[in-house]
Ligand binder design. Structure first.
Ligand code: ZN
Length: 64
C-alpha cells in the first residue's frame, strides 16, 4: 500500500494515478487528493473533477 508523502493517509489508486499525472509518470512519491490540491493551489473538487475527466477520456493511468 502507498501512503501520502505529506499526511501519511493510505492512498486509493485514483490518488496514485493523479499524482503521476500531475507530477510525472515515473514518480515514486505520492500524495492524497487533499495534499495535491494544497500543493497545486486548487480545490479538492477540482482534483476530483480531473480524475473523472481522465477516466472519461480513457487515460490508462486510471482504473476504469
Ligand atoms: Zn496527504
Amino acid at each position: 500500500m502507498c501512503r501520502c508523502r505529506k499526511c501519511e493517509k493510505l492512498l486509493i489508486p485514483d490518488e496514485i494515478a493523479m499524482t503521476k499525472k500531475l507530477i510525472n509518470r515515473g514518480t515514486t512519491i505520492y500524495y492524497c487528493i487533499d495534499c495535491l490540491a494544497e500543493a497545486f493551489d486548487v480545490k479538492k473538487e477540482d482534483i476530483e473533477a480531473k480524475i473523472q475527466y481522465f477516466k472519461e477520456i480513457g487515460c490508462t493511468l486510471f482504473i476504469q
